[in-house]
Design a protein around this ligand. Structure first.
Ligand code: DC
Length: 221
């Protein structure tokens, strides 16, 4: 039986780094589903099109897909690891629009489901993992923090100044992305009724990881 741990939540809630640390602690595989939406967005920007069939055809031509780096499952594009080309501000600004296109969500979900195996536990983070992609997940966590706390972390991560103006701007940007992700018609960002809410506004990183590791061990036992 496939065993998936779903970690969903809004932008910059620390899902991906938390999910990776949880996976390391319990010897599971980890996959950040947003990376595939970012990969499709890179392709859409290069193609200058939002037509799903053209994007899917170009993604196939450029071999957008997933591969293993140890227990991390990571995106590849043009035969190379895609991380550096999918984390740009250009991709971040455009990705919510791409992620709202139904046929492209199906494209991503097919690949996420294919990456889950009977042979390992998969920690998967995203927006709709517990609600849509793996409703049968053994554990669902909804990770959140106030927009201001998330903005502060995002700025610190990028090594940028967190003066009041920058903080207000980043908070606004995150709120706009949350609104797009939560307001779209297909698979909107929302907490599954059975998901455990973990609010990290005043939790340290190690504490939030420890809390989820404990939940994961219990769910898997
Ligand atoms: O987590 P992230 O910022 O890398 O995600 C990029 C975008 O992809 C974000 O705007 C929401 C979208 N996304 C989604 O709609 N569903 C997922 N399961 C993962 C990400």
């Amino acid at each position: 039986m496939r065993r998936v741990i779903a970690i969903d939540g809004p932008a910059a809630s620390g899902k991906s780094s938390t999910a990776a640390a949880v996976a390391r602690a319990i010897g599971a595989h980890h996959l950040d589903s947003g990376a595939l939406y970012r990969g499709l967005t890179r392709v859409a920007l290069d193609l200058n099109s939002l037509d799903p069939s053209s994007i899917a055809a170009e993604a196939a031509r450029r071999k957008l897909g997933l591969d293993h780096d140890g227990r991390e499952i990571v995106p590849f594009l043009d035969g190379r690891p895609a991380e550096s080309v999918i984390r740009t501000s250009e991709v971040t600004a455009a990705v919510s629009a791409v992620a709202a296109i139904g046929p492209l969500r199906d494209w991503v979900n097919d690949r996420l489901r294919a990456a889950a195996s009977d042979d390992w536990v998969l920690v998967l983070d995203g927006r709709d993992i517990g609600t849509v992609v793996f409703p049968e997940a053994v554990l669902k966590v909804f990770l959140t923090a106030t927009p201001e706390a998330r903005a502060r972390r995002r700025l610190a991560q990028r090594g940028e100044d967190s003066n009041e103006r920058m903080l207000a701007l980043e908070t606004e940007r995150l709120a706009a992305r949350d609104a797009l992700d939560a307001g779209r018609a297909v698979a909107p960002l929302r907490q599954a009724p059975e998901a455990v809410l973990v609010d990290t506004t005043s939790l340290g990183f190690q504490d939030q990881v420890a809390r989820i590791v404990a939940l994961a061990r219990k769910a898997l036992s």
